[in-house]
Design a binder for this molecule. Structure first.
Ligand code: ADP
Length: 487
């Protein structure tokens, strides 16, 4: 049935390609950060461009799973070393996300509430990848490309080429996208027995610095590698958590393609998470209503500029600097602004941010946890978004913020460098600083307060940003060209 549908599709669209995306996250099924947003959007836009995009991901125990209906499309059995397991591939019945969504169910390993953070993550994601390749090898046709995302799917290109039982898949082109090179999935060599038997002469294709490194293996074995912005690709050659030499060596097959934003989900004029929608014409009153809601909820002062931070509370995002940024801004600039922080991550940072609630004079609050609805309200109601990131492969927050008329304060790095232009430059709109240090960020906060008081310039920056095009359309075309180049 499935095969018939594909044949019909290909007859009707002779130039269409079938692309299988493999990822640990996909919005709205399961999302921990930008990876989820991208894998939820890119296939949809590929589909709109006339291609057949599918996503396969682990079956976690999520609300989305329980709220939707599924068909079991494949059952198989394989092994992770000496652990033999059955797996089932289920497909969402109605393609409600705009593409075929497939989940891999492996009893006991994947069906958990959280995506990551378990002691047996190495087993979980290796078993997931083996099940995906095993399923793929049972297909009666071949997809035009397998597109793997981040280290959780990084062993797949290796398995397709060098595992004896799957090497009939070796001629299928593979693309690896690196959303974040900080996390590489390192495993000791004792875990090499997890993998299906492979050509021992190819051991080097798994290895980096004496360990099995799924991200490095993906970079070595994939036909093409993409990173989520051009500047990030350049930075990886001198700062990539140990993979610098590999990025330099493989630069010929690497290309930077900037992420887009999903205009259906992130549109202030029809955002299902906010009550007071607004457009460019109604931005002033629309934002004021959303700000009022935020200020009322969090006990903040509506009349002062509102700075927000939304993201993982980890060193990469320079979240450890937030307490000092808030403290020094209050001390040196004066209590002329509000700060509201949404995030979760390192317990130490969470504790320090929570502790600061006691010092608030109606100008500081934080919400520790993950809250999709609140994040939308914050993009809509804030005046400024803080992103002092030490590393930012692409960064979606700044693009969402700009779409919602919120001025971003960003460090000049990775995708932030490619998307935000300082207001001091011709046609500039954001505030850009050089270093992830408290002084630089406070200086930007001070500049932002000045901008807030210069209504004409502030309004101009706001409306200008809202019209910038960060849509997926042009990026999707770059992915399509890349897949075509591999056929
Ligand atoms: P990363 O993937 O490195 O975390 P990105 O900027 O690419 O960073 O994407 C972050 C995404 O995760 C955005 O959609 C942001 O709104 C969302 N996000 C991060 N933390 C939270 C949170 N605590 N609550 C709600 N959304 C969050």
């Amino acid at each position: 049935m499935e095969t018939l549908a594909i044949l019909k599709y290909q007859l009707l669209n002779p130039f269409s390609m079938e692309i299988l995306h493999v990822s640990a996250e996909c919005y709205p099924v399961a999302k921990a950060g930008g990876l989820g947003d991208v894998v939820g959007a890119l296939p949809k836009y590929l589909q709109d461009a006339g291609h057949d995009a599918k996503v396969v991901m682990p079956m976690y125990r999520t609300k989305f799973l329980l709220a939707n209906e599924w068909d079991a499309v494949h059952k198989g059995a394989t092994n992770l070393g000496d652990y033999f397991f059955d797996y089932t591939i289920i497909k969402e019945k109605t393609d409600k996300l705009g593409f075929g969504l497939y989940l891999v169910d492996i009893n006991g390993l994947l069906d958990r509430e959280k995506i990551y953070g378990y002691d047996d993550d190495a087993q979980r994601f290796t078993a997931f990848q083996i099940a995906v390749v095993d399923w793929l090898s049972s297909w009666e046709h071949r997809p035009d490309a397998v597109h793997v995302h981040d280290y959780h799917a990084g062993l797949i290109p290796f398995m397709m080429q060098y595992c004896y039982r799957y090497n009939h898949l070796a001629s299928i082109p593979t693309v690896m996208t690196i959303h974040n090179a900080q996390y590489q999935g390192w495993m000791g060599w004792e875990k090499s027995t997890y993998l299906p038997p492979y050509d021992q002469w190819k051991t080097g294709m798994l290895e980096w610095q004496k360990a099995i490194n799924p991200l490095a293996s993906g970079i070595k074995c994939a036909s093409k590698v993409t990173t989520v912005s051009n500047s990030y690709l350049e930075e990886l050659k001198y700062m990539s958590n140990g993979l610098e030499a590999l990025f330099e060596y493989e630069k010929g097959k690497c290309v930077g393609i900037l992420n887009g934003i999903d205009a259906d989900v992130w549109d202030p004029s029809k955002d299902k998470y906010i009550k007071d929608d607004f457009s460019i014409e109604t931005v002033e009153e629309g934002k004021a209503k959303n700000k009022a809601r935020l200020c009322e909820t969090f006990g903040l002062d509506m009349h002062k500029p509102l700075f927000v931070f939304i993201g993982r509370l980890v060193g990469e995002k320079a979240a450890d600097l937030l307490p000092a940024i808030v403290g020094d801004s209050f001390y040196y600039i004066g209590r002329r602004m509000n700060f509201l922080i949404l995030g979760s991550g390192e317990p130490d940072i969470e504790g320090r941010l929570n502790g600061m609630n006691a010092l608030s004079q109606n100008d500081y609050s934080c919400y520790i946890g993950y809250n999709e609805a609140l994040s939308h309200l914050m993009y809509a109601g804030a005046d400024f978004l803080l992103m002092p990131s030490r590393v930012e492969p692409c960064g979606l927050n700044q693009m969402y913020a700009m779409r919602y008329g919120t001025v971003p304060l960003v460090r000049n790095t990775g995708g932030l460098r490619d998307t935000v232009k300082d207001i001091g430059e011709k046609d500039g709109y954001g505030l850009v600083f050089s270093n992830a240090v408290v002084g630089d960020v406070c200086n930007a906060v001070w500049r932002a307060c000045d901008l807030y008081n210069n209504k004409k310039q502030f309004d101009k920056a706001r409306t200008y940003m809202m019209q910038l095009d960060f849509s997926w359309e042009s990026s999707v075309q770059k992915y399509i060209d890349l897949y075509k180049s591999l056929q």
